[in-house]
Unconditional design. Structure first.
Length: 514
C-alpha cells in the first residue's frame, strides 16, 4: 500500500494545467441543463418535482434539474438501505476500501471536470474548486487506509486461560446531509466514511448543489459499489430530512451545515421513536465565527495577507473563514490600512474567469442576508472597503471590511457566511485571546506572532478545534490537520483524522475461555 500523501493542488500558472481546466469547463458545458433521477437501490427514478440547480454567477444558466424525493420515496430508500446493510456489513473491509481507492483514481482522472462543475454549480474560483476536488480525493485515499488499519480491531489484554478481542462493527443505516460550500469534498468524505465502515447510506445533498453529488454516485458505481449501499435522495429538509432523522431505522446522522439546522437535528435525533431499539448517533459540523489574532510582535504583512485570504477565499463561505480579526492597538492602524489596500485590489466576478479572486455567494437568500449584515456593520463600525452588491445577473458581493467594531457587536458575534470581515483592537495579548473566545463557536482561529510565549499561551487558552500559527485560518488538509470544532461549531468530529471512522462503528468485545 502506497503511504498516504495528500493530493497536490494544481498550479494554474502552467499553461498545460490552465488548458486542462478550460477543457474541464467545456466538458461540463456539454451536459448543462440535463435532468437527473434519484438513485435508490441502483434504480433510476425520475419524479415530476425537481430541484433546479442554477449557476450562482449567472442565474439564467441551469446546471441541471434533479428529481426530488418525496416521503414515500425516502421510505423506499430506507427499506433498500436497511436490507442492503445485511449483506454490505459482511463484505470484507479490504473490498470496501478498494471501492474508495478505485473511486479516487477515477476522480483523479476527471479532476478538472469535477472542479469545473464546482465552478459552475457552486460558484467556486479555479483554485478553490481545485482544492475542493483534491480534498475529495484525499478523503477517499485517507479513509480507505484508515479502514485497513482498523479492520482487525485494537489490541486488548488477555489472561492465562482466556483470549479477548476488541473489534469494530458497523452501525446500520446512516443519513448523510451534506453542505453546498464544499459540495464535493464534504459530501464525498461524509458518504465514504459511512460506506467504508460497512454502513449503508441515504445521501441528501444540499439543494443548491445536487448535480456534483449525482456525478459522484456514478463514480462510486463505476468503482464497484453494490446497488443500495449509497442511495441518492435529494429533497427538502422539511419533507425528507426530518422524516429520515426521525425514522426508527436510522442509526446515525452525519450532518454538515448551519447551527440552526444542526441543533434541530440533534434535538430530534434524541427522541426514541416507536420501534427504535438504539440511541441514534449524531456527527455534526456546524458554524464558526473565526478569529485571527495579531499581536504587536507580528509580521504585519503576513497578518494582513492572512486576514484577507482567510476572509475572502470563496467569498467567505467557509465555516473556517476569518470573519473577525483582533489586532493589538500598537499595530492596529498599520494592519487595518494594509487590509484595506489588499481588499481593494481583489477582483471578483464570474469564477470561470481565472483572474477573479472571488466569485458570487450561493443564492438569493444568502445575498440578501450578507447585504443586510453589511448594513448592520455600517452602523456598528467604519466601512473601509466593499459594502456593495449586485444581484442582477449573479449574486455578487464586494469583499467588505468593517473596522473599529466593538467586540460584542453583531458583526463580531453572528455568523454571516459571506465576504465580510470585522476588525477590532485589543490593549494586550490577554485581552485579544479573551475577545477571540467570546463567541458561541469554537471552530478555527489563527495567531500571528513572533512571541513564543504567546504561541504557547494561545495553544492552551484559545478555545478552538483548529488553531493555526502564522498562517491563514482556512485550508485544513485531510490527514494533516483533522478538522472539527468546539461549542456550537459541532460535535468536534475530526474529519480527516485518525478517530473519525470510529464514529461510524461500535466496539464489540469477545472473550473466549480456552
Amino acid at each position: 500500500m502506497i503511504p498516504y500523501k495528500h493530493e497536490p493542488f494544481t498550479d494554474f500558472s502552467i499553461e498545460e494545467n490552465k488548458q486542462a481546466f478550460l477543457e474541464g469547463l467545456k466538458t461540463v458545458e456539454g451536459y448543462l441543463g440535463q435532468d437527473y433521477p434519484l438513485i435508490i437501490g441502483g434504480e433510476r427514478i425520475m419524479t415530476e418535482e425537481k430541484l433546479v440547480s442554477t449557476n450562482p454567477a449567472n442565474k439564467a444558466e441551469v446546471i441541471g434539474s434533479v428529481s426530488k424525493a418525496s416521503r414515500e420515496l425516502a421510505e423506499k430508500a430506507m427499506n433498500v438501505a436497511d436490507e442492503t446493510f445485511n449483506t454490505w456489513k459482511k463484505v470484507k473491509p479490504e473490498q470496501r476500501a478498494d471501492v474508495l481507492f478505485k473511486a479516487a483514481a477515477i476522480v483523479r482522472r476527471r479532476k478538472h471536470e469535477f472542479s469545473a462543475l464546482l465552478t459552475k454549480e457552486a460558484g467556486k474560483p479555479w483554485n478553490e474548486a481545485d482544492a475542493d476536488t483534491a480534498e475529495a480525493i484525499d478523503f477517499l485515499e485517507y479513509y480507505g487506509r484508515q479502514m485497513l488499519k482498523l479492520k482487525d480491531g485494537l489490541p486488548v489484554e488477555s489472561r492465562p486461560g482466556e483470549f479477548n478481542r476488541f473489534n469494530y462493527i458497523p452501525l446500520g443505516v446512516g443519513v448523510v446531509i451534506s453542505p453546498w460550500n464544499f459540495a464535493f469534498a464534504i459530501m464525498a468524505g461524509t458518504t465514504v466514511a459511512a460506506l467504508v465502515t460497512g454502513n449503508t447510506v441515504l445521501l441528501k445533498p444540499a439543494s443548491t448543489t445536487p448535480v456534483v453529488a449525482y456525478k459522484f454516485i456514478e463514480v462510486l458505481e463505476e468503482a464497484g459499489m453494490p446497488a443500495g449501499v449509497v442511495n441518492f435522495i435529494p429533497g427538502s429538509g422539511a419533507e425528507v430530512g426530518d422524516y429520515l432523522v426521525d425514522h426508527s431505522r436510522t442509526r446515525f446522522i452525519s450532518f454538515t451545515g448551519s447551527r440552526e439546522v444542526g441543533t434541530r437535528i440533534y434535538e430530534r435525533a434524541a427522541v426514541v421513536n416507536e420501534g427504535q431499539i438504539w440511541l441514534k448517533r449524531v456527527i455534526a459540523e456546524m458554524g464558526g465565527k473565526d478569529t485571527i489574532v495579531v499581536d504587536n510582535e507580528a509580521d504585519l504583512e503576513l497578518a494582513a495577507q492572512s486576514i484577507v485570504k482567510s476572509a475572502f477565499g470563496f467569498s467567505g463561505q467557509k465555516c473556517s473563514a476569518c470573519s473577525r480579526a483582533v489586532i493589538h492597538e500598537d499595530v492596529y492602524d498599520q494592519v487595518v490600512a494594509r487590509v484595506e489596500e489588499l481588499t481593494k485590489e481583489l477582483t471578483y466576478g464570474d469564477p470561470t474567469d481565472q483572474n477573479n479572486f472571488a466569485g458570487p455567494v450561493i443564492d438569493q437568500a444568502s445575498y440578501d442576508k450578507v447585504m443586510s449584515y453589511i448594513e448592520i456593520g455600517k452602523e456598528e463600525g467604519r466601512l473601509i472597503a466593499g459594502g456593495t452588491g449586485d444581484d442582477s445577473t449573479g449574486y455578487f458581493v464586494a469583499p467588505t471590511v468593517i473596522a473599529d467594531v466593538d467586540p460584542k457587536a453583531r458583526v463580531m458575534q453572528e455568523e454571516i457566511f459571506g465576504p465580510v470581515v470585522a476588525l477590532t483592537k485589543a490593549k494586550s495579548f490577554d485581552e485579544a485571546i479573551a475577545i477571540a473566545n467570546n463567541t458561541d463557536y469554537g471552530l478555527t482561529g489563527a495567531v500571528i506572532t513572533n512571541n513564543r510565549d504567546h504561541i504557547e499561551q494561545a495553544r492552551e487558552d484559545f478555545h478552538v478545534g483548529n488553531l493555526y500559527f502564522n498562517r491563514n485560518c482556512t485550508g485544513a488538509i485531510v490527514g494533516y490537520q483533522p478538522f472539527g470544532g468546539f461549542n456550537m461549531s459541532g460535535t468536534d468530529s475530526k474529519a480527516g483524522g485518525p478517530d473519525y471512522l470510529q464514529l461510524h462503528m461500535q466496539g464489540k468485545t469477545t472473550s473466549e475461555m480456552l
